[in-house]
Design a protein around this ligand. Structure first.
Ligand code: ADP
Ligand code: ZN
Length: 730
């Protein structure tokens, strides 16, 4: 009898699944099973995939599946997600599978370790009902382990204060017997029925609608909007509670999980235990345990970064994407995908509810809500009656900062008044380091990254120049590298370090805290910063975009934006949208408790529509205007875009392949190809980059067009062609 053939997908960037023979022993593994198979000279873990194996492949060419792993099989809905993401992003399915396996190490043999427990004889001895003579050391061990308890050998020896040899001896003489260690209670079950906060009327309505959507056990997307501080988080936690009551799992995606200590504390306050976490800094053991606990259904609620979307939830009832407008949900390397969009796909495949949350939703999501594809819920006011902050512009043409300074007199005065009133102030500048550009005053030379087409940013604290794109760093040169002039290098423009320097001179007695990725590298630093601010140990916060994230600082009443024009320039389609979102989020940090907040925007072009919308507090109007501008030209979200990026170390090669792609550009109804042109970073990490854009009407499926186009152009091995469907920055 011939053994059945199965397709096995491997977590490698290969074209498709490979055929294998069912294992020699045991039943035929069902689809989704994790299996160990030979590949070339090595062994790999893959997944029994959908579809039929090739019946014509000669029997002698087939190899056997070596083993079936004791992990719950990958669900059909996750397998479909893998296929869907692969097809949509034009990636090999195996590359997507790799993300779903997190790393093959998550699938090493079972995490349960053997330990020791009391045997019947051991229990008798412990209870003093044994005739056998028990040494003093053995008595200690019997005293250290309870009935039914399972402990590892070294743990038990340590608890008893004896050597491990004593434990071994007791095992040999039958007082202890081996047992599987219970799973650690590292993933405690959140309790949905603990009392939550008393919701206001509008919050309660929204919560009820979301509970119903979650209880319906079918796919649906809800957009939850509301001003900053309106209680969106409290409200969607009620949807999480409902998923728990339904016995299903919930996933919450957050853009900056490492900075979300306040969020985690609130979760624990609501449900009594912390949620499981998933992000890049998780240790490998924790990663493995979490992966398994998700697969086995022990993890009930998980909060994570975008990659959590590919975890093996067997029964997902709810996905929440908080701050859905954040561009960090887009993965730009490897499989290029947008986690918000793929969350909607996963929810559909899993028949789960999906909630997108933001005070400043993306135009994509707003449009979907407008056309009725998404339900929408809105919280119109801040919780507890706190007013929205008043936003005003400081026209720097009228009130310029002193020469070489960056804080204008009205802003300085406002900071001073705020601190004098015993309240906290914040200065925001979305730029790390000391100065974004260093110029030689003698010859005009600008210090540039050797690997990228960007300026080097001075970081004065580290006394280095850094590239924010490739990580290149070098000491600040004593003289101009071009003309050798001494002392002619001048920093131009401010970064947060420079604002901090100016603030130190202006407000020497203020207790200042800089919040940037250099000073807040991880969760511990973020937690400490939040604690110090809440405890009023800080008067003045100076920060980059880190401070725009969902912080709740009740004593903060003034936000000063040092350069409100930053981000408005440049040819990026979404520059205005993104700036409005960022500045609105920063502004939303002010006045979240009783004392009213105010926001001052320093600008050289105060008439700009983005700034006017912020002052008028009319984001809806701004987004309507933005839609009206994009719609006629079929720009996203009213049309589709895909970027094709060609890169090579050799500039001529990049040019040649880009040129060939341009010549082979497809023609057809409803789409066109733009370019080739230099990509926005024409040199990045030592590779020259060219870009072509496929721009299409909404009704055009771009993937078949792209696939056919790219298949027709020969690409040498060291030239890379990367496709980015729905690019966010261009
Ligand atoms: P958003 O997510 O809309 O910015 P949050 O959910 O963070 O708003 O709420 C802002 C602050 O108000 C938080 O400290 C939150 O705990 C508090 N809050 C919101 N709603 C309530 C409520 N009904 N009862 C008590 N506190 C609330
Ligand atoms: Zn660089």
């Amino acid at each position: 009898m011939l053994r059945p053939r199965l397709r096995v997908l491997l977590p490698l960037p290969l074209a498709g699944a490979y055929d294998y023979r069912s294992p020699v022993e045991g039943p035929v593994p069902p689809r989704g099973s994790f299996v160990q198979v030979p590949l070339g000279g090595r062994e790999m873990i893959g997944v029994v995939w959908d579809g039929e194996a090739d019946p014509d492949l000669p029997e002698k060419k087939l190899r056997d599946i070596k083993a079936v792993l004791e992990v719950p099989p990958m669900t059909e809905s996750l397998r479909k997600l893998v296929e869907w993401v692969a097809a949509y992003t034009l990636s090999p399915p195996g590359a997507v599978l790799r993300m779903a396996m997190s790393s093959p190490s998550a699938l090493e043999p079972p995490g349960a370790k053997a330990g020791w427990t009391l045997s019947a004889a051991g229990l008798r001895a412990k209870l003093g009902r044994s005739n056998a003579r028990i040494t003093q050391n053995r008595q200690k061990v019997l005293g250290a382990i309870g009935e039914g308890e399972v402990l590892g050998a070294s743990m038990l020896a340590q608890a008893a204060g004896v050597s491990a040899g004593v434990v071994r001896g007791m095992a040999e003489s039958g007082l202890l017997e081996p047992a599987l260690m219970p799973r650690s209670d590292a993933f405690p079950v959140p309790d949905p029925d603990r009392p939550g906060p008393l919701l206001g009327a509008e919050q309660a309505n929204a919560a009820a609608a979301m509970r119903d959507a979650t209880a319906a056990r079918r796919f649906g997307v809800t957009l939850l909007t509301g001003v900053t501080g309106s209680g969106k988080t409290e409200v969607y936690l009620e949807a999480v509670a409902e998923a728990l009551r339904q016995g299903r799992q919930a996933l919450v995606l957050l853009p900056e999980i490492a900075l979300s200590t306040q969020w985690l504390a609130r979760f624990e306050g609501r449900f009594g235990v912390p949620p499981a976490l998933w992000h890049s800094e998780l240790g490998s053991k924790r990663r493995r345990d979490t992966w398994r606990a998700v697969a086995e259904g022990q993890v009930r609620v998980l909060v994570g970064a975008r990659s959590a979307l590919f975890l093996p939830f067997p029964d997902l009832g709810l996905i929440v994407v908080d701050e859905e407008h954040e561009t960090s949900f887009k993965q730009e390397e490897g499989v290029v995908y947008h986690a918000r969009d793929m969350a909607v796909v996963r929810a559909r495949l899993a028949a789960a509810a999906c909630v997108l949350v933001s005070a400043t939703p993306s135009l994509e999501t707003l449009t979907n809500a407008e056309t009725g594809r998404y339900a929408s819920l809105h919280l119109p006011v801040r919780h507890g009656g706190a007013a929205m902050p008043e936003v005003r512009l400081i026209d720097q043409r009228v009130a310029p900062p002193e020469r070489g300074r960056f804080l204008s007199p009205p802003l300085v005065e406002a900071v001073r008044q705020t601190m004098a009133a015993g309240q906290q102030a914040m200065l925001f500048l979305n730029r790390r380091g000391y100065a974004p550009l260093t110029l030689c005053r003698a010859c005009g030379h600008r210090l540039q990254c050797p690997n990228c087409s960007t300026w080097l940013v001075e970081h004065r604290i580290q006394r280095r120049l850094q590239c924010h794109h490739c990580g290149h760093a070098e000491p600040i040169p004593p003289s101009c590298p071009s003309c050798q002039a001494e002392g002619s290098l001048t920093p131009l423009g401010p970064g947060v370090e420079r604002v901090q320097e100016e603030a130190a001179e202006l407000f020497p007695d203020a207790r200042r805290l800089v919040m940037a990725s250099d000073t807040i590298p991880g969760p511990a630093a973020a937690a400490e910063a939040a604690r110090a601010i809440e405890a009023r140990e800080v008067d003045l916060i100076i920060g980059t975009q880190i401070v725009a994230k969902g912080w709740h600082f009740p004593h903060l009443t003034l936000v000063g934006v040092v350069d409100a024009d930053l981000g408005l320039a440049g040819g990026d389609l979404r520059a205005a949208e993104r700036t409005v979102q960022l500045l609105h989020q920063v502004a939303g940090r002010a006045g979240r408790a009783e004392a009213p907040g105010r926001v001052l925007l320093q600008s050289w072009s105060p008439e700009h529509p983005v700034l006017q919308a912020l002052v008028a507090g009319d984001l809806d109007g701004f987004m309507r205007e933005e839609a009206a501008q994009r719609r006629p030209g079929h720009w996203p979200p009213f049309g589709r875009l895909a970027a094709v990026i060609v890169s090579a170390e050799d500039e001529r090669e990049a040019d040649r392949v880009a040129h060939d792609l341009g010549l082979a550009a497809p023609r057809g109804e409803g789409f066109e190809v733009l370019g080739p042109a230099p990509a926005p970073l024409a040199l990045l990490r030592g590779r020259h980059r060219r870009r072509l854009l496929l721009k299409a009407r909404r009704e055009v499926a771009v993937q078949p067009v792209l696939r056919e186009w790219l298949a027709g152009v020969a690409v040498p091995a060291h030239v890379k062609v990367q496709v980015d469907v729905d690019p966010v920055g261009f």
